[in-house]
Design a protein around this ligand. Sequence first.
Ligand code: KIV
Length: 263
Amino acid sequence: MKITVNTLQQMAAQGDKISMLTCYDASFAALLDEAGVDVLLVGDSLGMVIQGQDSTLPVSEEDMLYHVRCVARGAKRALVLGDMTFGAYQQSPQQAFSHAARLMQAGAHMVKLEGGAYMADTVQFLAERGIPVCAHIGLTPQYVNHFGGYRVQGKSEVDAVRILADAKVLAAAGASLVLMECVPAVLASDITQAIAVPTIGIGAGVEVSGQVLVLHDMLGVYPGKKARFVKNFMQGSHSIQQAVQAYVAAVKAKTFPAAEHTF
Ligand code: KIV
């Protein structure tokens, strides 16, 4: 059965963990789909892992549309989530709508944008016009120059309160998912308790509705720096299919992430 926004909501309500991986092409989309991954994120991490850039900022709208089309052709069961690219949605809800509509026409079932409460108007604008939105908070990689690097967010009391408030406002505005990157596990757990929307974590501990990793990180093929929250699932697996199945099983069983992957 195809995964929809309703499926994700039901899974979260039943405590059935949601598995998400990034995906950039049709062959991997078919493999991940077959292995039981619930959501395929066509992430702008493609800038780093596919294009060899040093951040996600150079990824263009055309790049993203190309990869969303590829993934959509390979996916049968999984929900396809398309990232909105830097500079293509921050100006106004109207600008965001035209970018998001093109992603949906390319085959995405939901779009992801980065930012806090100030993106609530955009989330509402898209949701009211039929475009489900995943709100990405915490460490938002498109803000790398603002943050001065890729750092854990929400460690101070003030920042934790602000990120919790962001999550509540974005959920109230109509976000269908809230994705939290590199935040303390206790904060991610508080947010998951506080909102009625499924939460996805990456470096956010185990007390969330589901997990995501970058495919090239969990297969151990990305040559760049390995973040604390990454686990290489190829270790102990005989094939990519087996590694992806091991990831899905670990997410469902709550054995990933372990304490060593958590802040
Ligand atoms: O682009 C991406 O891969 C992402 C994940 C890190 C969540 O946004």
